[in-house]
Design a protein around this ligand. Structure first.
Ligand code: SAM
Length: 328
C-alpha cells in the first residue's frame, strides 16, 4: 500500500526525521550548550530502542524515509550500533545517517558501516588545537581527526564536515578547512550560527554571503546545478567537481519554504520547527498503550500545524531550548 504522505498546512511534504538518541555530549561547544548547564533528560524518560523502532516504523509508513541520528552526541548512547542495524534494515527507511563530533568514531566507524550506515556528518569547527579547545571545552582535535579518517577507511560516504562559521573565531581558517576537505574528499558545509538558547545567541554570528564570494574566488567555485543531499545546503563546487562546499544560511537566506523535517528529542518530544516551540509529546502516547493508528493520527495532526518558519532574525530570543537539547 502506498502510504499517505505527511503534508503540513503549507503544502510541504515531511519526509525527514532527525532523531536525538541522547542529550549528553562529551564536548561543550560554546554556541550549542550554555556553560554549566546540566539540565539533562531523566534516564527513565529516554525512549527505549523498542520505542524508537516503533516511532521510526510509523514515520516510515507515512513516507518519512530519511532518518538522521543525532544528539547530544549519538555515539555516547550505549548500543547505538544495534539501533543503527535495526533502523537500516527497517522497511521504508531509505536513507539512514548520523551526525557526530567523531570523538568516538575511530572505534565505531567500521561497525557502523557493517550495521548498514552509509554516511556521516562530522562536526569540526577548526583545525587549530587552541581554537578547538576554546570552542569545544577541550582539545578533541586528534580524536575527531582519527574518527574522520576511520570513517573514510570504513567506506562511509559521503562524509560531510560541518563547520559553524563564527566571526573572529574561525572565519580566518575557512579556506584551510576547505583545502583540507578537498584533499580528503570530504564535503565541507558551512553553517550560520543560530540564536538557539543563550549559547546560540552569544555566538559570533557570521553571515555567509561574503564567505561564499571569498571561497568562490579562491577555489574558482561554481554553483552546483543539481541539488545535493535534499537538505537546506546550497552547494558550490570546483571545476573538476572534486571539491564541494555547502552553505547553510538559516539567517541570511532562510529555507523555511522547503523545510521537510521534524525533530524528536531523546525523551520523545516531537518538535515541528527548530525555531519555534510547537510540539507533540509522543512519550505519553507511546507509554499509554495507544495503538499505531492513534499515534499516526496524533503525528499527522501535529505535522498539519507545523509553523511556517523560524523567527531567528525578528525574534532571536524566542527559542529558549538549545541545540543539544533539541537534537541538531
Ligand atoms: N554531537 C553531534 C555533532 O557534533 O554533530 C550531533 C549534535 S550537534 C547539536 C549537531 C550540529 O549542530 C553540530 O554540527 C553543531 O555544530 C550544530 N550546532 C549546535 N548549536 C548550533 C547553533 N547555535 N547554530 C548552528 N549550529 C549549531
Amino acid at each position: 500500500m502506498v502510504p499517505e504522505p505527511l503534508i503540513d498546512r503549507h503544502g510541504r511534504r515531511i519526509d525527514y526525521l532527525r532523531l536525538s538518541v541522547t542529550d549528553r555530549c562529551d564536548l561543550r561547544c560554546r554556541y550549542c550548550r550554555p556553560a554549566g548547564d546540566a539540565s539533562y533528560a531523566e534516564r527513565a524518560d529516554w525512549l527505549s530502542f523498542a520505542e524508537i523502532r516503533r516511532v521510526v516504523s510509523l514515520f516510515a509508513a507515512m513516507g518519512v524515509g530519511r532518518v538522521r541520528l543525532t544528539g547530544g552526541e549519538p555515539l555516547l548512547r550505549a548500543g547505538i550500533v544495534d539501533l543503527v542495524a535495526d533502523l537500516a534494515a527497517m522497511p521504508g527507511v531509505s536513507d539512514l545517517s548520523l551526525s557526530t563530533n567523531a570523538t568516538q568514531l575511530a572505534r565505531y566507524a567500521a561497525r557502523l558501516k557493517a550495521a548498514g550506515l552509509n554516511r556521516v556528518n562530522v562536526s569540526l569547527d577548526s583545525l587549530r588545537r587552541e581554537c578547538v579547545s576554546e570552542l569545544c571545552g577541550r582539545d578533541s582535535l586528534d580524536a575527531t581527526l582519527a574518527g574522520l579518517m576511520a570513517a573514510k577507511a570504513a567506506g562511509l560516504a559521503p562524509i560531510k564536515l560541518n563547520m559553524v562559521a563564527l566571526r573572529g573565531v574561525n572565519d580566518g581558517e575557512i579556506e584551510s578547512m576547505a583545502a583540507f576537505c578537498f584533499e580528503h574528499g570530504f564535503i565541507l558545509r558551512l553553517i550560520e550560527a543560530m540564536p538557539m538558547g543563550e549559547a546560540g545567541r552569544a555566538a559570533a554570528y557570521l553571515p555567509l554571503d561574503t564567505v561564499r564570494a571569498r571561497l568562490a574566488r579562491r577555489f574558482k567555485l561554481q554553483p552546483c546545478a543539481a541539488e545535493l543531499g535534499g537538505g537546506p545546503a546550497r552547494y558550490w563546487q570546483t571545476a573538476d567537481r572534486r571539491g564541494q562546499v555547502g552553505f547553510i544560511t538559516p539567517l541570511s537566506q532562510h529555507f523555511c519554504a522547503t523545510c521537510n523535517r521534524v525533530r524528536l528529542t531523546v525523551d520523545g518530544t516531537l518538535y515541528l520547527c527548530l525555531g519555534q516551540e510547537h510540539k507533540l509529546e509522543l512519550r505519553p502516547l507511546l507509554r499509554g498503550g495507544g495503538g499505531d493508528e492513534a499515534l499516526c493520527s496524533a503525528i499527522r495532526r501535529a505535522v498539519a500545524r507545523k509553523p511556517w518558519g523560524h523567527d531567528f532574525a525578528a525574534a532571536p530570543s524566542r527559542v529558549l531550548r538549545f541545540m543539544s537539547h533539541t537534537g541538531g
